[in-house]
Design a protein around this ligand. Structure first.
Ligand SMILES: [Zn+2]
Length: 278
C-alpha cells in the first residue's frame, strides 16, 4: 500500500522527535488520503500502544472516530472556496493547549481552494510554528497551492491508483534517463563529464522537457516502490534525498517552461543533483 509509506515516514520522524509542523500531501484520492491522515493523527496522539489500530477502549481514538475531538479540526471548502472565517475560527480554537491529546491538529481538505485571504491568514501558523500544533494540507495538485504555504510544508505524494504513471512513461526516454542517472552516479566527481555527457543528448527544448518529465515520473514511481527496475542511485541514496531529487527535477521542468537558457539549466541540475548523492 503506497499510503503506508507516507504514514510510516511521518511516524518515524515523530518517534525520532523530528516531526515537522506542517505537511502538504499531493494525492489522487483526497478522501482516502484524509482517512489515512486521521489514522496517522490517532497513532501520534493515542496514549496506548497503537499497532494497525487502537485495540483498547480508548477515549481519544473514539473521539476521533466520532469526529468529536476538540483538538482536531477539519476544514473543507464551502462552495468551492475555503474562506478566511474558517481559518480564523481555527486559530482562535488553537490558541490554547490541547486537553485530551498531545497535539492540536488541523487538516485542510482541498488546500488548493484556499483563497488568498485565507491562505495569508493560515501563513501565520506556518511562519511562527508552535510545537503542539500540526497541520496537514491535502490537495490533488500542489502547484495550485500558494507557494508561500508550499515552501513551509514537508511535501509528500500519496498515490492510490497504482500503475497510472507507469504507462505514461516513454520507454525510449526512460532508457536515456536511467543511463544518465547511472553515469553521473558512477562518475560523481567529474562534473564536467556529467555536463558534457548530458548536453549532447538532445537539441530541442521539447525533448529536454520530456526527458525531465520521464525522470520525474520514474523517480516518483521508485519513491513509491512501484518499480522493480530501480537503478543503483535510487537504491543507495536515502529516501529523503530521493525526494529532494524529485523536487529538484520539478524545479528544472519549471525552468524549461520559463524558457531559461538550456545550458544554464543543465549546469544547475548537475550541480544541485550532486548534493544528494554524496
Ligand atoms: Zn487509542
Amino acid at each position: 500500500m503506497v499510503s503506508t509509506s507516507f504514514k510510516n515516514e511521518v511516524l518515524k520522524k515523530y518517534h525520532e522527535g523530528k516531526l515537522a509542523h506542517a505537511f502538504l500531501i499531493e494525492t489522487d484520492d483526497i478522501d482516502r488520503c484524509y482517512k489515512d491522515v486521521l489514522d496517522l493523527i490517532k497513532q501520534i496522539n493515542c496514549p496506548f500502544e497503537y499497532v494497525e489500530e487502537c485495540d483498547k477502549d480508548c477515549n481519544l481514538c473514539n473521539l476521533i472516530d466520532n469526529d468529536n475531538l476538540p483538538s482536531l479540526v477539519t476544514i473543507e471548502p464551502d462552495k468551492q472556496v475555503i474562506k478566511r472565517d474558517s481559518i480564523s475560527e481555527l486559530m482562535d480554537k488553537f490558541s490554547t493547549m490541547p486537553v485530551f491529546s498531545k497535539y492540536n491538529s488541523y487538516i485542510i481538505k482541498e488546500a488548493h481552494r484556499l483563497n488568498s485571504e485565507s491562505a495569508n491568514t493560515i501563513l501565520k501558523f506556518l511562519e511562527e510554528p508552535e510545537d503542539n500544533i500540526i497541520g496537514f494540507f491535502i490537495t490533488n495538485n500542489k502547484e495550485n497551492v500558494l507557494a508561500t504555504i508550499r515552501s513551509r510544508c514537508q511535501i509528500f505524494y500519496c498515490k492510490y491508483d497504482l500503475g497510472n504513471n507507469l504507462s505514461n512513461i516513454d520507454e525510449n526516454y526512460l532508457i536515456d534517463v536511467k543511463l544518465y542517472l547511472n553515469s553521473i552516479y558512477k562518475n560523481k566527481d567529474d562534473l564536467l563529464y556529467n555536463k558534457t555527457r548530458m548536453s549532447g543528448y538532445y537539441k530541442e527544448r521539447e525533448e529536454w522537457e520530456i526527458f525531465f518529465y520521464t525522470m520525474f515520473y520514474y523517480l516518483k514511481d521508485c519513491y513509491m516502490s512501484l518499480r522493480t527496475d530501480k537503478i543503483d542511485l535510487v537504491k543507495e541514496i536515502s529516501r529523503d534525498n530521493l525526494l529532494k531529487i524529485i523536487l529538484l527535477v520539478e524545479t528544472i521542468i519549471k525552468y524549461i517552461d520559463a524558457n531559461t537558457n538550456m545550458d544554464m539549466i543543465l549546469d544547475k541540475f548537475v550541480i544541485e543533483m550532486r548534493k544528494y548523492y554524496e
